[in-house]
Design a protein around this ligand. Structure first.
Ligand code: PLP
Length: 399
């Protein structure tokens, strides 16, 4: 098997798995119980949370552990709720409660962000042909009612990396101009960092985000584990209530093995991202060179200068990517047509539509994403197999 779909899922490393196992078996105690072994489990849970928080330059008390990125995204959007109902506001925020709050999201966001946005009056921010945010469009849409702007760190179909610090500067300006007008409505910046956590140097202060979604499943950690970073001036509402865990924001017995695994996965990444970026840049270049020898010239998508180094989104106009994928699977190569979830709905990708691809171009697009399972040898093999399958399809359609 040659696996080229690391944006969809990553294998849990042996190190991660062995760090998790004791917390399923011998150290299974509920961290909220009063006896000593349970206290030790609590300590491990808290120290793992600190490791995760430190990885993004935050404190454990700024994190809420969730069941993955979908839940973290939904929880992030509850910041809007407080302004909607005018509840939970401190006295000094009361003037902010009279507005009808609005959210802005990038049109290429993951379905979990777009669905969360739909709960409120929302508008989308445009992207250019490479998937980069259209900053003038953001500025144009920043009305006084906007309380949340959500822009992912890197897109999950194109790998395009967004200029978050520039966006946060724009929001800072907007806050200042509101203050000058005597408007106290705050404006928060949320980013879904599910993609890119393993390859980019992420620091919440440097990025200037108020809310950040993390996802263990994309960094060789366990699936179903994520976290939401929320800065101290952000107030959220729980999606559901329970035993008061996670400061009352996320009830339910803590997923200790999951959080321990997530922390181990991030520890393994520490200081390795530069080397990983270099490795993937080289492998992606090799793959591109191989694909360029196809009978039909490939069109590489995304932004050349600002793209995750392990992504290679590519379009073979006029060919049927679904057929290519099935043929590749027969030969042991796994790629996808886009986000796994969008593909399962059978709808054409909203991301590829947003960057202006025609239905025909969308139908001919593949998402190739490299990761820990790839090396020089299997990428060279994959390049040859993809080229052969593309040529066969070209002959079938045009031959
Ligand atoms: N956001 C992005 C950018 C993703 O790529 C994914 C997963 O594919 C998600 C959110 C959803 O993550 P989860 O399945 O952990 O809820």
């Amino acid at each position: 098997m040659i696996y080229l779909d690391h944006a969809a899922a990553t294998p849990v490393s042996k190190k991660v798995l062995s760090s998790m196992l004791p917390f399923f078996t011998e150290e299974f105690f509920n961290p909220s119980a009063a006896y000593l072994p349970a206290n030790q489990v609590r300590e491990k849970f808290e120290s793992s949370k600190s490791t995760i928080a430190n990885f993004i330059g935050a404190k454990a008390s700024d994190l809420i552990i969730t069941s993955g990125a979908t839940e973290a995204n939904a929880l992030a959007f509850t910041v809007v709720k407080n302004f909607e109902r005018g509840t939970n506001l401190r006295k000094k925020d009361v003037s902010a409660s009279v507005i009808s709050p609005k959210v802005l999201v990038l049109e290429t966001e993951h379905a979990s962000v777009l669905e969360a946005a739909k709960t409120y009056p929302f508008e989308t921010i445009k992207v250019d042909k490479t998937g980069l945010i259209d900053l003038p469009d953001l500025k144009k849409k920043l009305s006084d009612e906007v309380v949340l702007v959500s822009v992912s760190l890197a897109n999950n179909e194109l790998g395009t990396i967004q200029p978050l610090s520039e966006i946060s500067q724009i929001l800072r300006q907007e806050r200042l101009s509101r203050l000058e007008k005597g408007i106290t409505t705050p404006i928060f910046l949320h980013s879904d960092a599910s993609q890119g956590l393993s390859l980019l140097d992420i620091n919440v202060s440097r990025l200037g985000v108020d809310l950040l979604t993390l996802n263990a499943a994309k960094v060789s950690g366990p699936k179903g584990v994520g976290a939401l970073y929320a800065s101290h001036d952000v107030r959220l509402s729980p999606l559901y209530r329970g035993g008061g865990q996670e400061r009352g924001l996320r009830g339910g017995t803590e997923n200790v093995p999951g959080v321990v695994g997530f922390a181990t996965a991030l520890e393994s990444l520490k200081n390795h991202s530069a080397a990983q970026r270099k490795k993937y840049t080289h492998l992606v270049e090799n793959l591109k060179t191989e694909l360029e020898k196809s009978k039909i010239p490939p069109v590489f998508l995304g932004n050349k200068k600002s793209r995750l180094s392990n992504f290679l989104p590519v379009c073979f106009p006029g060919l049927d990517a679904e057929r290519i994928i099935f043929k590749l699977e027969d030969r042991g190569v796994y790629v996808s047509t886009g986000a796994a979830c969008a593909a399962s709905k059978g709808e054409p990708s909203h991301v590829l539509r947003a960057i202006g691809l025609s239905p025909e171009e969308i139908a001919g697009s593949l998402r190739i994403s490299l990761g820990v399972l790839n090396n020089e040898k299997n990428i060279s093999e994959a390049g040859r197999i993809i080229r052969e399958v593309v040529n066969e399809e070209y002959e079938r359609v045009y031959g």
